[in-house]
Design a protein around this ligand. Structure first.
Ligand code: D5M
Ligand code: ZN
Ligand code: FE
Length: 483
């Protein structure tokens, strides 16, 4: 049956990318309309079936009928790690590695854009005249001209073209959202003499608005938290203890206790402890001065959580792993302090599956770049940054600003497959939202305002947790204050 699909593509004149072949081979769902569906969505100039085409088909299939395909729904309780850099890092930081890294980023994001745009190689457009052309490139520079227009430099492996977004055009408001080093599609007209493109369309890789999230077959709750910062003198131990009591059904009304009894998972999006030497003079703000003792204290707290709750912990910039992203999971040297076998450590980012629902966990340093670049994105509403991540299909597009990125052989910060929930932390503010079917959650922190945040006027939202019903993807915001 699988060879049949491959043959059908070839009969229609298409080639199949080796990774796409592998995906077809691995896919166990219904395939009757696969060829027709994929070919029908392709632009005329596309001759290669890419892995993205197959993934998109798999993601959309089975959910287009009114009744979800029962077999595709997950029954029972399960946790799986789907994607994580932990244990696979190859990076040493050489120049060649940067080329491989950026090439991987370009090719993957280009694959996502090719359905909607038929690009020309940039070396072939720069000499052109007035006609409409499309390119897909990485944004290497953004400037504002003296007339107030935006000039962006777009690069592909063959060349560079400057594209002008005129202030008078409707697309200008989107030009404000372009991130340096993101991959973008530009459609426009080449000027006759200057090798300049006048942009008419800007196209983001994005998540299709028709995206239908996966859902669990039965009701179960995942509680999402972040930035616990155990060991800091601003860690809110009293509020945290209330949270633990609620998990143990020791406090709350009947409905709140029932809710606690339905929790299957707790996911922590990084900064479990405050760490040591993360910023200058940090020791003045610590109650636990030793990193091992911080993790031992954290383990003590987590051991108070009922055993039947599975806990997944991702790394953050205060944790004892390399700072450059992607960050691996905590090493044995620290995880040995946790004796419960219901605790799992994953990297940052990490894509996990809980009862059939895919959750992309990213601590969220990239939010700092989105806030400093895009005027409409703010710390007060972290979900506004998370929407831009999904539009760019990248968690942290800009190289060398707030986020230090390690050049792995592939770009782990790309949002390759669309998650059903995007969970971030780091900025210590609460934000919950939906974008094109994806649930966005930033559950704030368990740390009150620090000295640094006071100076910068950062107002944290402490003591929050977000519960998600994995069957409906409905969220509830919970707040815990000292008893
Ligand atoms: O960062 C929590 C928030 O505070 C996040 O918005 C960054 C900001 N922050 C905190 N400390 C610093 C320093 N030293 N430099 C820059 N920004 C900072 P978290 O990493 O969770 O502590
Ligand atoms: Zn934090
Ligand atoms: Fe952080």
């Amino acid at each position: 049956m699988k060879t049949d699909i491959v043959q059908q593509f070839m009969d229609l004149g298409y080639q199949i990318h080796p990774d796409a072949l592998r995906l077809i081979g691995d896919y166990a769902g219904p395939t009757e309309d696969m060829v027709q569906h994929i070919v029908g969505s392709l632009d005329e100039a596309v001759f290669v079936i890419s892995p993205e085409h197959i993934t998109r088909y798999i993601e959309c299939s089975g959910v287009q009928s009114d009744e979800p395909d029962k077999e595709s729904l997950h029954v029972g309780s399960s946790f799986r790690v789907l994607r994580d850099v932990t244990g696979t890092s190859t990076c040493a930081g050489s120049y060649d590695e940067f080329i491989v890294y950026f090439n991987d980023r370009y090719m993957k994001l280009r694959g996502m854009l090719e359905d909607r745009i038929s690009p020309r190689a940039i070396e072939n457009v720069s000499a052109g005249s007035g006609q409409d052309v499309s390119v897909i490139g990485m944004v290497s520079d953004i400037t504002t001209t003296s007339k107030g227009d935006k000039l962006i430099r777009v690069e592909d492996p063959t060349g560079v073209v400057p594209a002008l977004v005129l202030r008078s055009k409707g697309i200008f408001q989107d030009a404000d959202k372009i991130m340096l080093d993101q991959v973008i599609g530009v459609r426009g007209a080449m000027t006759r003499d200057k090798g300049l493109m006048i942009a008419n369309n800007l196209i983001w890789p994005d998540v299709p608005s028709s995206y239908q999230p996966r859902k669990a077959a039965t009701s179960s709750l995942a509680v999402l938290i972040s930035d616990v910062h155990v060991g800091s003198n601003t860690f809110l131990e009293d509020a945290w203890n209330q949270f633990i009591k609620w998990l143990n059904q020791e406090i709350g009304d009947d409905a709140q206790k029932k809710m606690a009894s339905e929790i299957e998972y707790i996911v922590i999006a990084g900064d479990l402890v405050d760490g040591i030497g993360v910023y200058p003079n940090q020791e003045r703000e610590l109650t636990i001065m030793d990193i091992h003792e911080q993790y031992m204290k954290a383990a003590e707290y987590l051991e108070m959580i009922p055993d039947d709750i599975t806990i997944i912990i991702s790394s953050g910039n205060h944790d004892a792993v390399r700072q450059a992203e992607p960050q691996p999971a905590l090493l044995h040297d620290m995880t040995r302090h946790f004796s419960s076998d219901n605790i799992h450590f994953v990297g940052n980012p990490a894509l996990i599956e809980l009862n059939g629902v895919w959750i992309l966990i990213y601590h969220g340093r990239g939010i700092e770049d989105f806030v400093s670049t895009i005027p409409s994105v703010s710390y007060e509403k972290p979900q506004t940054a998370m929407i831009e991540m999904l539009r760019c299909r990248h968690l942290s597009p800009t190289y060398g600003n707030h986020v230090s990125i390690a050049p792995e052989q592939e770009d782990y910060l790309i949002i390759d497959t669309i998650p059903d929930i995007l969970l971030c932390g780091h900025v210590h503010t609460v934000g919950v939202g939906k974008y094109h079917g994806v649930t966005l959650v930033n559950p704030g922190t368990w740390q009150s305002q620090t000295e640094y945040q006071k100076q910068k006027n950062i107002q944290p939202d402490p003591g929050y947790a977000v519960a998600v019903d994995l069957k409906t993807l409905n969220t509830s915001l919970l707040q815990f204050s000292p008893a």
